[in-house]
Write a protein that binds this ligand. Structure first.
Ligand code: SUG
Length: 445
């Protein structure tokens, strides 16, 4: 088993807060204004990483981004010293200030789309940072994301980096959250399922009415093309518009795949049967669909519990472990479905592990949002730059770093505090040293 999936979790940044920035994301909209605890958020994330590492899964870490993004404020015409820029933004455009302070880069499932080397014609692993153009606060991420990925996956003989797609609605791209690779085993050639919410050019116009569709077919096709994937390796499926209108803003809120298993809700895809057939036609190993019907879990329960935003992980004995957020325990129907339908069913899922990532969940980010999956061979893992694969020493240093630098209370009104900006820069400067990443942040350049 030389190819292993490495989960690169996003470290929660020091400005984690609840600003209600994400339209169509029910948790973000309903928790606006709450006082956040950035320290607890980062420690919850680190605890998840550590426990999966302890259980034998390969675990990586990606750094948070520089926030507040003072460069973005200056681009928008706020001038003067850093403190003046912040004060003016707070006074004249509080919503803009909130956006440039978001710690949303923690959800690394939206950082990029990744194709492992085994599937690419040139034998390299391919990366495209997502443009995240659907919202201003996330549109700020791709530039730094690209630098971080290029600094970690630096070996050009093994890793290829593509430009971010044009940041315009027709190519709206949210990365791996709408992409699932299915294969008998991580090391076998895979089939790539791209799920989109709407078609920009042509199509029959069927799309959600209440909330935005964040991924277009054209964006998914462009990523597949960049990575050199053929028709025989790809399936493009439209997400069910009803699901998006119920708050399923990414496919990973309603489906999760791993190896040959596709765990999904009945209302995940507009054409459920067509999607399964297309996958089966292309896969070398038999697809194992695990379908959750509406009668077992309603769309509202799926969105509130984030049952499908779980990590489905392969074990050496062929079984799989499902890492679910604590909220699944709080919904009776969901907990029952886990026990009676998933664990007791004919499928490889043999264990459910519950993780508390409540700070992130209140902004609509569950266990699966917090990680970017990269299947890597042993040689590719050895070729990584930086110190980003978690071990006990790195975990301990990161916990101490969080405890040294993070506040335990942050309300939207605190975002204008110039001390928060300087605390954050000091923390990030230290972090790049700790992770040996070089100068990835604007303030270091
Ligand atoms: O893009 N929330 C993120 C959550 C992303 C979850 N990721 C995946 N499903 N893969 C979003 O909606 C809220 C930030 C705020 O409201 O302050 C936010 O951006």
């Amino acid at each position: 088993m030389s190819v292993r999936e490495v989960n690169f979790d996003g470290l929660v940044g020091p400005t984690h807060n609840y600003s209600g920035l994400a339209h169509g994301n029910v948790a973000s909209m309903s928790h606006e204004g709450l006082v956040a605890n950035p320290r607890e958020a980062a420690l919850q994330g680190l605890e998840k990483m550590k426990s999966l590492m302890d259980a034998g899964y390969a675990q990586g870490v990606l750094p948070p981004q520089q926030r507040p993004d003072l460069g973005a404020l200056r681009d928008l015409g706020f001038a003067g010293s850093d403190a003046q820029v912040l004060a003016r933004a707070a006074d004249e455009a509080p919503q803009v200030l909130r956006a440039v302070c978001s710690a949303s880069s923690m959800w690394t499932a939206n950082a990029a789309t990744v194709t492992p080397s085994v599937d690419a014609p040139d034998g390299r692993a391919h990366f495209t940072p997502a443009n995240l153009q659907s919202s201003f606060h996330r549109y700020l991420e791709p530039a730094t994301t690209g630098r971080v990925l290029a600094s970690i996956f630096a070996d050009e003989a093994r890793f290829a980096h593509h430009p971010v797609l044009p940041a315009t609605p027709a190519f709206s791209d949210e990365g791996a959250a709408n992409h699932t690779r299915l294969a008998g085993d991580h090391g076998e050639p895979g089939v790539h399922l791209y799920v989109y919410g709407r078609q920009a050019f042509g199509g029959d116009g069927i799309a959600p009415r209440r909330y935005p569709a964040r991924q277009t077919l054209e964006a998914s096709q462009a990523v597949a093309r960049q990575h050199g994937l053929s028709d025989a390796q790809t399936v493009f499926a439209q997400q069910h518009p009803e699901a998006i209108d119920a708050g399923v803003f990414h496919n990973d809120v309603i489906a999760v795949g791993n190896g040959p298993v596709l765990l999904y809700h009945e209302v995940a895809f507009r054409d459920e049967q067509g999607t399964l057939d297309a996958l089966r036609e292309r896969m070398a190993s038999p697809l194992i669909p695990v379908r959750v019907p509406v009668e077992a879990v309603s769309l509202d329960d799926a969105v509130a519990s984030y049952l499908f935003n779980s990590q489905l992980l392969s074990n050496p004995d062929g079984t799989m472990t499902l890492v679910v957020p604590g909220e699944c325990q709080e919904r009776e129907a969901v907990w029952r479905c886990l026990q009676d339908h998933l664990l007791a069913g004919h499928n490889p899922i043999s264990e459910v592990v519950v993780k508390d990532v409540k700070q992130s969940m209140r902004n609509g980010g569950g266990p699966a949002c917090l990680r970017l999956r990269v299947a890597l061979s042993e040689a590719e893992r050895a070729a990584l730059s930086g110190r980003v694969l978690l071990d006990d020493a790195l975990h301990g240093e990161l916990v101490a770093w969080v405890e040294r630098h993070y506040r335990d209370r942050l309300a939207p009104a605190d975002l204008a505090d110039p001390a928060l900006a300087s605390e954050t820069l000091a923390a990030l400067d230290e972090l790049t040293g700790l992770l040996r990443l070089g100068s990835v942040y604007p303030f270091q350049r």
